[in-house]
Design a protein around this ligand. Structure first.
Ligand SMILES: *[C@@H]1O[C@H](CO)[C@@H](O)[C@H](O)[C@H]1NC(C)=O
Ligand SMILES: *[C@@H]1O[C@H](CO)[C@@H](O)[C@H](O)[C@H]1NC(C)=O
Ligand SMILES: *[C@@H]1O[C@H](CO)[C@@H](O)[C@H](O)[C@H]1NC(C)=O
Length: 314
């Protein structure tokens, strides 16, 4: 149809200026000089944007349950109290698990009366090397088990070789399989070659109905980097300016320190504005990040550093 053709024409014309992107990424990392009292508030903000994740081969109902409990109470109550935040319902944005663990997570959260959404990776995560039929079936099953968000992986070969129509059509099928669930499209930027490809893949993923675009699975040899993020958020901005449609951004893979989480928030604020600083348009995919953030908040509140064992498992 004509919308599809107009979209694909737009994709074919794109070029990214690598030098400008690298320069901007350098600048952003230097802009993260918040005052101490702001830092604590920003760290709490980062917590509310985390998709608290476990994607291990040996995940069990037990460790998924602990993850869910941590997600509903991510920061110690005494610390929240010191910041006058104990009644604000601070939780992470979601928990993120493999499809086979969705039912466990849903059950744990339900037992805790939590409305926190369960997100699931799907479509043959992380490599996406199963048949299309199997990948679609996996999405439907995760949704059936109660996942409200699905993180799909794209076929990297399609992006790497510029088969944008085919990528568009495939992602549209995932979108349909997701039904009411939100869809986050993982581009696996470490495997896309050029920034221009990253920009084009971002556009195509958005055109095909993604609610979020996400950098990485965390299993590639290159994880979320700031230059790639600049390219992706500018695609989000351009798409918004052209269509009025707001798409979210999720960096993931290798994000471990509180300091990095502040750089990510700064990047979102400066490139996309305040609206992209909340969980409906920004997520941090992470597993160990929360422990470091909690430690920094402890330091802010008490003036001392906590040993990791003083913080419940993250
Ligand atoms: C959940 O809500 C029910 C009904 O309101 C209540 O009986 C139960 O104690 C709550 N459970 C938890 C873990 O808060
Ligand atoms: C991904 O796309 C390539 C190129 O069209 C194709 O050869 C390959 O079979 C696709 N992979 C899957 C798992 O469908
Ligand atoms: C990418 O992230 C994963 C998951 O956090 C980590 O295991 C891996 O070492 C990271 N790789 C690089 C190159 O930073």
């Amino acid at each position: 149809d004509s919308v599809r053709n107009r979209h694909l024409q737009w994709v074919s014309k794109v070029r990214v200026n690598t030098q400008a992107v690298l320069k901007r990424a350098q600048q952003i990392q230097g802009h993260n000089k918040n005052k101490k009292q702001w830092q604590a508030a920003w760290l709490l903000r980062a917590v509310t944007c985390i998709d608290l994740t476990t994607l291990a081969g040996d995940d069990t109902p037990g460790n998924v349950h602990r993850l869910c409990m941590k997600a509903t109470q991510p920061v110690r109550n005494d610390l929240l109290k010191s910041m006058d935040m104990q009644d604000k319902g601070v939780t992470t944005a979601a928990v993120c698990v493999y499809p086979s663990r969705v039912a466990d997570a849903v059950k744990s959260l339900k037992a805790a009366n939590s409305s926190l959404p369960v997100a699931s990776v799907a479509t043959g995560f992380p490599a996406g090397q199963t048949s299309l039929k199997t990948r679609l079936e996996e999405v439907r099953m995760a949704v059936e088990d109660g996942a409200m968000e699905i993180d799909i992986v794209i076929n990297r070969t399609l992006a790497l070789t510029g088969q944008w129509e085919a990528m568009y059509d495939e992602v549209c099928q995932f979108r349909e399989a997701c039904g009411e669930a939100h869809m986050k499209s993982i581009l696996a930027i470490g495997e896309l070659g050029t920034y221009t490809n990253v920009y084009k893949a971002s556009l195509v993923a958005m055109m095909a109905g993604s609610d979020f675009i996400k950098t990485s699975t965390g299993k590639e040899s290159v994880n979320a980097t700031y230059p790639v993020a600049i390219v992706m958020v500018r695609a989000i901005r351009d798409y918004f300016l052209k269509t009025g449609h707001k798409v979210g951004f999720k960096p993931a893979g290798g994000i471990r320190t509180a300091k990095e989480s502040l750089v990510w928030l700064t990047l979102m604020k400066e490139e996309l504005g305040d609206e992209w600083l909340s969980p409906h348009l920004f997520r941090l995919g992470a597993s160990s990040l929360l422990a470091d953030i909690e430690r920094q908040i402890y330091h802010y509140v008490t003036g001392r550093y906590a040993a990791y064992h003083q913080m419940p498992m993250a």
